[in-house]
Design a protein around this ligand. Structure first.
Ligand SMILES: CC(C)(COP(=O)(O)OP(=O)(O)OC[C@H]1O[C@@H](n2cnc3c(N)ncnc32)[C@H](O)[C@@H]1OP(=O)(O)O)[C@@H](O)C(=O)NCCC(=O)NCCS
Length: 441
């Protein structure tokens, strides 16, 4: 779909000129004073990355190119009769910065269908791993093995001028996104459905095809996966997944390497694995309390016990957000609309009543409110996707949309290699005690 690529390039060229203007004429402008506290809190809040695809506001939550999730639901094209936007439209929005028309979305769906053929050796590599290997290990290995397909790698090898890098990065990104549903579904059917694989259906949209290949063909699951793919797609540039992808790609590693590395970051329990942790923790609670309809007071006791044991309550808290995550709210709205009387959903709703107060009472949790992971697992489980060790793979498929769109931007802008400074602990101590005055650039 060359017209999408051309349209992107027209917009991106203007943006790249802005970048060069800022870099050349305003590089002395001071953005922030950095304290020892900033460094020791994981560099939170320090403006140090450029990411156009989305921005996370601590109070409001995520906005993709300025649009909140409810606004996306209004402005992005949907399949006729459905209310959840197509993730293809979100990708277009994040890439180009304008809401697409239905034709753009259809064309993108078709383009990804054409690009979706996964080379046989990728399946062979997956097969070489034991089935017991974690789904995220299988997923990232498969992606890495697909780097044989990288056009960018070849372009770099033959000495293509760097101002054209974005072109082959674009091709790699589009191919990679197109193939992710097939790879994810293959791993899913391999591990949980006895290798009984399902061929793709090129007539379906990207998310619906994923549902289909996983063996979940109902309209409800397709609708849920469209929602899921949209709300997990991006969370500005500083989260572990996006930052890893950006960092690795800044060394001109190809998109397959950079995205595989990002997936290994997503696999951590404080990040994407929290969607599995949440559901594990809920099942442990049900086991320990001996009922799947626990009373509010027993849920409260269980939460307090989790804290006493020095563990976190998964699905609560966030490094940036200070309010209930709108990605939680939109899933709650979905459950309120489509699901009546699911016992796990009821527990999640009770947790929403009790957990914030419990976390606030610890006096140390900056954000006691739920995040996206507090709800996603119970929705998937309700609709029959009960294999919760797979949930982080679904998150990973979705997150490709944002981080890979941003990777194309990175090369249009021509961002430099990323290289922040580090100092020994003693240096910070010496600065704190006034023995050294740090050189302010
Ligand atoms: C997301 C998360 C990693 C953010 O971490 P953070 O920015 O360091 O959060 P805070 O500054 O609020 O942490 C301050 C303290 O509160 C604790 N805390 C934060 N969230 C907590 C939670 N959900 N349950 C219990 N304690 C929590 C932290 O562990 C930390 O304790 P410490 O000082 O003893 O180390 C954290 O809230 C968390 O672990 N949540 C649960 C996992 C999760 O849902 N991750 C998915 C995020 S989308």
């Amino acid at each position: 779909m060359e017209y999408i690529k051309n349209k992107f390039f027209q917009v991106a060229t203007r943006q790249a000129a802005e970048y060069i203007n800022l870099r050349n004429n305003y590089s002395d402008v001071v953005l922030a004073n950095i304290t020892i506290g900033d460094v020791m809190s994981g560099m939170k809040g320090i403006p140090s990355l450029i990411t156009d695809t989305s921005k996370l506001d601590a109070q409001e939550g995520i906005r993709y190119r300025g649009l909140s999730i409810p606004e996306l639901q209004q402005k992005l094209p949907c399949i006729c009769g459905e209310q959840e936007p197509l993730p293809e439209g979100l990708f277009y929005l994040m890439l180009i910065g304008e809401a697409p028309k239905m034709d753009d979305v259809r064309n993108l769906s078709k383009d990804w269908a054409i690009r979706s053929n996964v080379p046989q050796h990728v399946f062979d590599v997956i097969e070489a791993l034991p089935k017991s290997a974690r789904p995220m290990a299988q997923f990232s290995t498969a992606i890495l093995s697909m780097a044989t397909e990288s056009f960018f790698q070849n372009a770099h090898r033959v000495g293509v001028h760097k101002k054209y890098y974005w072109d082959t990065i674009y091709e790699d990104v589009m191919n990679l996104i197109a193939r992710l549903p097939r790879i994810a579904a293959y791993i899913y059917r391999r591990i949980y459905h006895n290798d009984n694989h399902i061929d793709p259906d090129p007539r379906l949209d990207w998310a619906a095809n994923l549902a289909h290949m996983m063996g979940h063909n109902s309209n409800e699951v397709k609708r849920l996966l469209r929602l899921y793919m949209v709300i997990h797609a991006d969370h500005e540039g500083g989260n572990i997944t996006a930052h890893t992808a950006h960092l690795v790609a800044s060394g001109l590693s190809n998109p397959y390497y950079a995205y595989a590395a990002a997936m290994l970051g997503l696999a951590g329990p404080l990040h994407g694995y929290a969607n599995q942790d949440t559901i594990n923790w809920l099942y442990d609670m049900i086991d320990e309390l001996g009922t799947d309809e626990p009373a509010e007071k027993d849920i409260t006791k269980y939460c307090r016990k989790t804290i006493r044991e020095g563990r976190v309550i998964p699905g609560y808290g966030h490094a940036v957000l200070q309010k209930t995550d709108p990605r939680f709210t939109v899933q709650k709205d979905f459950a309120d609309k489509y699901i009546k009387n699911d016992k796990m959903v009821n527990i999640v709703n009770t947790l929403y009543k009790v957990v914030p107060g419990i976390l606030q009472a610890t006096g140390k949790v900056r954000n006691p409110w739920p995040n996206v992971d507090a709800y996603s697992g119970v929705l998937l489980s309700h609709y029959g996707i009960k294999e919760h060790t797979f949930y982080t793979v679904l998150f990973g498929v979705s997150r490709a949309l944002g981080v890979l769109a941003a990777m194309i931007h990175d090369r249009v802008y021509g961002f430099p290699i990323e290289r922040p400074s580090s100092y020994p602990l003693q240096w910070y101590k010496d600065v704190a005690e006034g023995k050294i005055t740090p050189k302010i650039k």
